[in-house]
Design a protein around this ligand. Structure first.
Ligand code: SF4
Length: 435
């Protein structure tokens, strides 16, 4: 395809067929199916990132990979690799709406309610091929939560499916994410779940404004009532509500005991950035221990089932040796930071360097909340709220508590001011919501 024409489009997420220009070249997003990549696929993508991009790979908050620094000249060769792996869609419009998030340990986790891979797979196929669905906004997302130790209740989406019962009475709740939170509309059998989600998406298209790029949470009460009327007749009454919160952010890195004798490792990337060489090191270590595939998560960590504790520890040592996060208590897991300077021209702030410096301060203050360091109000690293946001403007940071990068801080500080008196940052009593 002619990628240049596609690159002119604004207000969208990058794809493989519709890459996004950035200061370091084109960003090419690869959407793995069922959040899974074989180790050979991972190695092929890491090699391609080095050959056809600048070697930087981002783990995204939609559980995808982004290969950075691609040029118009190298894009066709990268497309060839992605196509060979079966991950290149037929249409950029179908690819753009194929936004389905499932649990990273689906099918592995003995504690899950249901293995939702087939529901997620059916949903992804319908989105990619049903042209009537391509009118969905490209940021519109579907969350398919099978429960278990790595649940998705805390992840944002527009349409939600959540497994609530297994066995002969297996059921999946169907919900929508409104401005007031998740509203559960009813339930269906697992075999009907993907279709129910699609019908909910079509009902959304029927009432939403394309010009305003509305999401489910932007709809009026009247529009939401239309969606309830459209989808309601095909749903059963809910026998129980899905859980509405995940556990704390523990055990998301390191060795994870899943129960029933099964083990997994979690490896996180600081701020979601992994270099192609880092991928190769831990992919080699995993292969040496018989691991066949990795799973991606929306919190920028990778998972793999391992055959024994010893293998898991060897893989974690290899990952730690190249700077990846394998300790669930690592304060870097609390921090999101956009690329900032010098990569992004919208700020002069070294957001990721400042994020690392902040991480060093967290244990001293016992701060266990989430932090977002953003070079500007665009908030590329995170759209949802964080306990603390450092948002940059004109070379200084403002502090927003329990908000987003769009918050309006009253005062701004240089990072060195903040580092000299970290109480300004971590002592919530010294500031209200906006300092
Ligand atoms: S949030 Fe602003 S400074 Fe950070 S990467 Fe996005 S545009 Fe650049």
């Amino acid at each position: 395809m002619n990628s240049s024409a596609a690159i002119e489009v604004k207000g969208w997420c990058p794809g493989a067929l519709r890459p996004m220009p950035s200061s370091d070249g084109l960003i090419v997003r690869v959407r793995p199916r069922s959040a899974t990549l074989g180790l050979d696929e991972l190695a092929a993508l890491a090699d391609a990132a080095g050959l056809f991009g600048n070697g930087h790979i981002d783990l995204t908050r939609r559980a995808n990979l982004q290969i950075r620094g691609v040029s118009e000249a190298t894009l066709p060769q990268l497309h060839e690799v992605i196509a060979r792996l079966g991950l290149l869609d037929d249409s950029p419009d179908g690819e753009a709406v194929r936004n389905v998030m499932i649990n990273p340990l689906a099918g592995i986790d003995p504690a899950e309610v249901l293995d939702v891979r087939s529901i997620g797979g059916d949903l992804a196929r319908l989105l990619a091929f049903e042209k009537s669905l391509w009118a969905l906004p490209t940021k519109f997302g579907f969350v398919v939560d099978g429960g278990g130790v790595l649940g998705l209740a805390g992840q944002r989406g527009d349409v939600r499916l959540a497994a609530i019962a297994r066995g002969p009475d297996a059921a999946v709740a169907v919900g929508i994410e409104t401005a007031n939170g998740v509203e559960w509309l009813g339930s269906v059998s697992p075999g009907e779940a993907a279709e129910a989600a699609i019908e909910t998406g079509l009902a959304f298209i029927g009432v939403a404004s394309r010009e305003k790029r509305q999401r489910m949470r932007d709809l009026s009460d009247e529009n939401l009532a239309s969606i309830r009327s459209a989808i309601g007749p095909r749903l059963d009454a809910l026998r129980q509500n899905p859980r509405n919160a995940d556990g704390p952010l523990i055990r998301r890195a390191g060795l994870i005991e899943l129960g029933a004798g099964r083990l997994a490792v979690g490896i996180a990337a600081p701020f979601g950035r992994v270099e192609a060489d880092q991928f190769r090191v831990f992919a080699d270590a995993m292969a040496a221990h018989g691991v066949k595939e990795i799973r991606l998560s929306p919190w920028r960590a990778l998972y793999a089932e391992v055959p024994s504790e010893q293998s898991g520890q060897s893989i974690l040592v290899a990952a730690a040796s190249v700077g990846l996060i394998v300790d669930p208590g690592d304060p870097l897991l609390q921090i999101e930071a956009c690329p900032g300077a010098p990569g992004c021209q919208s700020t002069s702030l070294d957001t990721r360097g400042d994020g690392r410096r902040l991480a060093g301060l967290l244990p001293l203050f016992g701060f266990t909340g989430t932090i977002h360091v953003s070079g500007c109000a665009k908030g590329c690293a995170k759209s949802g709220t964080s306990d603390l946001v450092l948002v940059g403007a004109e070379g200084r940071y403002g502090l927003v508590r329990n908000g987003t990068a769009q918050g309006s801080p009253a005062r701004r500080f240089s990072f060195s001011d903040l580092a000299a008196d970290p109480g300004k940052i971590f002592d919530a009593d010294r500031g209200s919501r906006h300092d």
